[in-house]
Design a protein around this ligand. Structure first.
Ligand SMILES: Nc1ncnc2c1ncn2[C@@H]1O[C@H](COP(=O)(O)OP(=O)(O)OP(=O)(O)O)[C@@H](O)[C@H]1O
Length: 299
């Protein structure tokens, strides 16, 4: 379990993390989202024990990661610019990491080399950005960490590799309760990957939620209604968003499916259906409740 208590990290006058507090349960797939400069990478680097907090604390299973090799040997951090030894091949990196990570598995390493289409004997420095990310992932997963920290990992990976990464990570989380924390400024990328999301903004955490809980109590409805009602006609429904295209009305509404359908049916719809919400639509609703404008935060 990761506990973040009033954590502050400053760079001169810039407060990259401004007294944030939240926790991340074991086995969670936790997404950090937020605009450029929100503090996501600083948070991951502090969690990885690279930076010491300037205030508050960050604890991994009750212990601070900073200057603690025992804690660090249980976590693997892939930064937005993955590090490799100069002139090294993937096999060289495997030799390096097997001395650092007590759970390192040669068998797993060989399995992963068979899954990702890169040559373990090639110099990593000559590989493309996406191939270097794959090399970093092979090292990370062969190290069998309890905590996997990923900064903008999807950047540079093609769609097939993204799906492969997601599938492998889901398996590891299910099989051995690995905790994954992944930073991205793209909500859509995290939509089918994470079970929790923390939204960072200007060094603070605007909110942190379980995705399934967020989706409870908010629904999206499409209906063909003639005549087309005005937004006020839907009272007392709590309408988050309404769009009209001719007689087709799309609504994002807070409330149960039953109460929403009861109201829509009172207009004798020609057609009505409840649709799944995107993560972005759920966020718009949550942000409004919290008093923020999502366009200013995730643009
Ligand atoms: N090593 C550093 N030295 C000085 N300032 C830094 C350093 N690292 C981060 N910052 C500053 O801290 C703030 C948060 O940066 P951070 O990299 O954590 O944001 P981010 O959310 O990861 O952004 P991005 O999505 O662009 O990667 C920014 O104002 C940044 O300029």
């Amino acid at each position: 379990m990761i506990e973040v208590k009033n954590l502050t990290k400053k760079f001169n006058s810039v407060k990259a993390l401004d007294g944030i507090s939240f926790s991340i349960g074991s086995g969670s797939l936790f997404g950090l989202v937020g605009s450029n400069g929100a503090g996501k990478s600083t948070f991951l680097r502090t969690l990885a024990g690279i930076y010491a907090p300037d205030g508050g604390e960050i604890l991994i299973d009750g212990k601070s990661p900073f200057e603690n090799s025992q804690v660090k040997s249980r976590l693997y951090f892939i930064s937005d610019y993955p590090y490799f030894l100069p002139q090294s091949t993937l096999n060289d990196m495997a030799d390096f990491y097997k001395r650092i990570y007590p759970n390192w598995s040669r068998k797993r390493y060989e399995e992963l080399c068979g899954l990702f289409p890169i040559n373990a004997k090639d110099k990593i420095g000559n590989m493309s950005k996406g191939m270097q990310r794959q090399a970093a992932l092979i090292c990370a997963l062969a190290a069998r960490p309890d905590y996997l920290l990923l900064d903008e990992i999807f950047d540079g990976l093609d769609p097939v590799m993204r799906q492969l990464l997601k599938r492998i990570v889901f398996d590891e989380v299910a099989q051995r309760d690995m905790t994954v924390i992944v930073a991205s400024h793209n909500l859509r990328e995290l939509e089918d990957f994470c079970d929790h999301i923390g939204l960072f903004h200007k060094g603070g955490v605007v909110f942190e939620r379980d995705l399934d809980e967020m989706k409870l109590g908010i629904n999206k409805v499409q209906a063909v209604l003639k005549p087309t009602p005005d937004i006020r006609d839907f009272a007392p429904l709590d309408i988050v968003k309404m769009e009209k295209h001719g007689s087709l009305v799309s609504l994002v509404v807070r409330g149960s499916k039953e109460e929403i359908l009861e109201k829509i049916n009172s207009f004798n719809p020609i057609f009505v259906e409840i649709l799944p919400l995107t993560l972005e639509e759920v966020f718009i609703s949550e942000m409004e409740v919290a008093g923020y404008d999502i366009d200013n935060i995730l643009s």
